[in-house]
Design a protein around this ligand. Structure first.
Ligand SMILES: NC(=O)c1ccc[n+]([C@@H]2O[C@H](COP(=O)([O-])OP(=O)(O)OC[C@H]3O[C@@H](n4cnc5c(N)ncnc54)[C@H](OP(=O)(O)O)[C@@H]3O)[C@@H](O)[C@H]2O)c1
Length: 229
């Protein structure tokens, strides 16, 4: 049975993607700070804050004591904050960098070592159109996701020789907890800009991720978007 780790599996895009993988016969280990009540024979939730390096390492070690391999890692856990640059508290900028960039860094290190031993694996980092659009009002979020995108490209080069494909998949606005505080007009404007006038649902985002996994059409180092960029 193919095995995946998905961070942020309890809500939004991560939850919808987890369901698609479970329905397709994958075993999914989910990392979240709060355990969700989801039950499925092949879903194993782990209480892990991805910003805690030793918690990530311990969880991956516990998984490997039971699993032969980890075939897929999706770094999806994320946080966002909409603030004018000059009014963004430093603590918020630091937290976004820790969750969106450093969390993925820790997970790639812990899982990547196993994938090197296996000589195969795929790593998908979830990103945003806000980076190529250099979206104003989201400087700290954009910078943290830009760091993640840079990590995607370097990781792809370092890990490709070991049979590991690393790529990014990105989205425009999707109605989840993450975007609940964003002004509706601003979201509509952004959707217009990327040619998705009806917006994007969580399910469409999960389909985009799932299809990339099913079709094995992830190109190492690429960052593809659901929408026109
Ligand atoms: N929604 C959008 O418009 C949009 C657009 C483009 C890209 N994205 C990206 O897509 C990803 C998912 O976003 P979403 O909208 O689905 O978010 P969401 O609904 O807010 O869900 C976030 C998930 O991440 C988990 N999480 C947050 N911080 C964590 C941490 N430190 N350690 C472990 N798990 C953590 C949450 O669970 P706990 O709270 O229990 O930890 C939850 O399961 C993010 O990376 C986001 O940047 C979203």
């Amino acid at each position: 049975m193919p095995t995946a780790i998905i961070t942020g599996s309890s809500a939004g895009i991560g939850k919808a993607t987890t369901l698609k993988l479970l329905n397709a016969g994958w075993r999914v280990h989910g990392f979240t700070r709060q355990l969700d009540g989801a039950t499925h024979a092949n879903y194993i939730p782990h209480q892990v804050d991805v910003t805690n390096e030793s918690a990530v390492q311990n969880a991956v070690a516990a998984i490997l004591s039971k699993e032969q391999s980890i075939d897929l890692l999706i770094n999806n856990a994320g946080a966002a904050s909409m603030n004018a640059l000059l009014l963004t508290p430093g603590s918020i900028a630091e937290n976004l960098m820790r969750v969106n960039y450093l969390g993925a860094f820790y997970c790639i290190q812990a899982v990547g070592k196993q994938m090197v031993r296996q000589r195969q694996g795929r790593i998908i980092n979830i990103t945003t159109v806000a980076v190529p659009l250099a979206l104003e009002g989201e400087a700290a979020y954009v910078a943290s996701k830009a760091a993640l995108d840079a990590l995607t490209r370097v990781a792809a080069k370092e890990l490709s020789p070991h049979g590991i494909v690393v790529a990014g998949l990105g989205f425009g606005p999707i109605p989840t907890q993450l975007t609940r505080a964003v002004n509706a007009a601003k979201l509509a404007e952004l959707n217009q800009l990327i040619g998705r006038t009806n917006g994007t649902t969580v399910d469409e985002a999960a389909d985009f991720i799932f299809e990339a996994i099913q079709q094995k059409n992830l190109e190492a180092g690429s960052i593809r978007y659901l929408g026109k960029i």
